[in-house]
Design a protein around this ligand. Structure first.
Ligand code: ADP
Ligand code: MG
Length: 258
């Protein structure tokens, strides 16, 4: 990749600085406490996979990291910056964090290329020529360099999700959050999306991935977290947790999904 497009912001902290630090995070919806004290540090370049039953709080945790959910207690630091500090410009922090959802959320009335350039122009203020150059580079990276002029509906689900990943990458994020990125896909399309994510991980992207793909977690994850009932029940090297879960709840969950 050409260096001008990938140069990190001058204020990016040195390697080794934790990318994400979460301290005693709590989140309630009304009377229902959904996150009950989460402590988690994710280092630059680390790939952390999050698994657990439906309703355990995985999405709420992920969404809290860029304040799509407002915590009711605790602390979140992104690259050392306390994002709950009212003086912090959260929109600026959010540009450092890419997010990919189960539903791809592409604009259906725009071409793939336009889907990839619009936020670059409107949020980052890039000129159209530069935004297009970056978009093309990122489409090439996810193996869709030829599809810039297509509309999303003309692409398969796997291709649409790769476009969504490319769109995130266009913003030059320091870290990526994935919330069940392959759960809406037909089984035969899952692999191509996981491959793109694996490539990203190899290139050193900091990633937090909620997934049911245990093969991915084992092969690509540096760490696996098992969540249940709003807490992290267990964590460790993925192969270890998967082969020898220590907690009864982890064992019960894994016996259903493996
Ligand atoms: P997971 O992603 O692990 O399936 P979620 O984080 O989506 O779990 O949800 C955890 C719990 O919080 C669930 O019981 C869910 O119903 C509840 N919840 C999530 N979002 C909201 C909301 N906006 N309002 C009320 N309850 C919510
Ligand atoms: Mg979820």
């Amino acid at each position: 990749m050409s260096s001008d497009l990938t140069t990190r912001a001058a204020d990016t902290p040195a390697p080794g600085t934790p990318a994400i630090e979460i301290r005693d995070l709590h989140k309630s919806f009304g009377d229902v406490e959904v996150l009950k004290g989460i402590d988690l540090v994710i280092r630059q370049g680390e790939v952390v996979c999050v698994v657990g039953p439906s309703g355990s709080g995985k999405s709420t945790l992920l969404r809290s990291v860029n304040l799509l959910e407002e915590p009711t207690g605790g602390q979140i630091l992104i690259e050392g910056v306390d994002i709950l500090d009212p003086d912090v410009d959260i929109d600026r922090v959010r540009t450092r964090i890419g997010m990919v959802f189960q539903q791809f959320n592409l604009f259906p009335h725009m071409t793939v290329l336009r889907n990839l350039t619009i936020a670059q122009e409107k949020v980052l203020g890039r000129r159209t020529t530069e935004a297009r150059k970056v978009a093309q580079e990122m489409l090439d990276r996810v193996g869709l360099g030829e599809r810039g002029s297509a509309y999303p509906s003309h692409l398969s689900g796997g291709q649409q999700q790769r476009v969504a990943i490319a769109r995130s990458l266009c913003m030059n994020p320091d870290m990526m959050l994935f919330d069940e990125p392959t759960s809406a896909l037909d089984p035969e399309l899952v692999g191509e999306v996981l491959q793109v994510m694996q490539d990203l991980a190899k290139e050193g992207m900091t990633m937090m991935v909620v997934t049911h793909e245990m093969g991915f977690a084992r092969e690509v994850g540096d760490r696996l977290l098992f969540m249940d009932g709003g807490v992290i029940v267990e964590e460790g090297v993925p192969a270890d947790v998967l082969a020898r879960p220590r907690h009864e709840r982890t064992q019960a969950f894994l016996s259903k999904v493996l």
